[in-house]
Design a binder for this molecule. Structure first.
Ligand code: NAP
Length: 305
């Protein structure tokens, strides 16, 4: 599936997204080629955060939008706020001032969606409600979501805010599957049964909250890509073999594996190479079989009970 509709009032968005965390050092020409490669490959989703490159990643995308304003209409631009130096902050004042900074760096008058980046345990939900209302009513933000949140966090927030949460951005890859493991081991005593997230995936499925997968090729927390890593030999062999069947590169299969998760799923690639954007785009046309999906899961070192 190439596109997903996150909410009725929003434009359809591609299931592969461009993560902008690593684009801060691109010059204008490089960024132009990079972004046009994505758009030409039917990828219209761009994921930013105010902290990426200390704001520079948004400036790079913003320079593109300034130079090519007619492209804005086709693009779905999302950013995130709430992470500050050494703490998390969902105060009304911080959310509102962050969005003003984001819009000015991006040279746009609105975000298609805004995510709260990491849970602020000390948040006052009434302040989040007021900030979201102000942003929505002023047209600065069309929709809202969260990132790295459990089902409990989302359920609590949803009781107070007046807008539906459209998405939760979570870390998941073939080699990093905590949101899946516990679901398969619900009644076991093994390590896979540890439920870190309160059954976040079924909660999202039930409530129509889409899954956005971040770091789709990483093992651990920014420990490097698992592709061609000898520690993940069996996984790489399996990906190679399935890739040759579909006549694509194995990164395409790693993205297709994530897109198979039935939660209006999107995958946010962090590549900075135009040719690798094209590999990611091909995943939108691949529907792995169930057998292939479970084979990839177990070849990453996971067991089925
Ligand atoms: N919500 C959150 O808390 C959160 C946290 C982190 C990230 N994110 C989002 O997720 C996006 C993706 O994260 P990420 O950058 O960690 O994801 P990633 O796609 O797993 O990793 C990107 C890295 O993998 C390399 N890579 C890509 N394809 C490769 C291949 N075929 N072979 C070898 N290396 C390859 C890239 O190098 P090249 O550039 O050379 O291709 C880049 O260094 C970010 O941009 C951001 O938007 C969100």
């Amino acid at each position: 599936m190439k596109q997903v509709i996150l909410q009725e009032n929003l434009k359809p968005v591609s299931t592969i997204g461009i993560g902008c965390m690593r684009i801060a050092s691109m010059n204008e020409k490089e960024a132009d080629t990079f972004i046009h490669t994505a758009l030409d490959a039917s990828i219209n989703f761009f994921d930013e955060a105010d902290i990426y490159g200390g704001g520079k990643s948004e400036e790079v995308l913003g320079t593109f939008l300034h130079n090519s304003p007619s492209e804005r209409e086709k693009m779905f631009i999302q950013s995130k706020c709430g992470i500050r130096k050494g703490f998390f902050d969902f105060s009304k004042e911080h959310i509102l001032s962050s969005v003003d900074g984001i819009l000015s760096r991006l040279h746009t008058d609105h975000l298609d969606s805004l995510l709260l980046h990491r849970p602020d345990i000390l948040m006052d939900v009434n302040e989040v409600q007021e900030a979201f209302d102000e942003l929505y009513q002023s047209g600065k933000v069309l929709a809202f979501g969260v990132s790295n949140m459990s089902s409990g966090h989302m359920s609590y927030l949803s009781k107070y805010i007046h807008q539906k949460l459209i998405t939760n951005q979570l870390q998941v890859s073939c080699a990093h599957t905590p949101i899946i493991d516990a679901l398969l081991h619900v009644d076991m005593h093994d390590t896979w049964s540890v439920d870190h997230d309160g059954g976040v995936l079924p909660y999202m499925m039930e409530n129509g909250i889409s899954l956005q997968c971040w770091s789709p090729l990483q093992k651990g927390y920014f420990e490097g890509v698992f592709l061609n890593d000898p520690e993940y030999k069996e996984l790489n062999d399996t990906l190679d073999s399935i890739a040759s069947k579909y006549k694509v590169e194995k990164d395409t299969i790693a993205y297709a594996w994530l897109l198979k998760i039935p939660c209006s799923t999107q995958v946010i690639t962090g590549t900075t190479k135009p040719e690798r954007i094209l590999s990611a785009a091909k995943a939108m046309d691949i529907d792995l079989t169930k057998e292939e999906w479970y084979q990839i899961y177990t070849s990453a070192g996971n067991i089925l009970p």
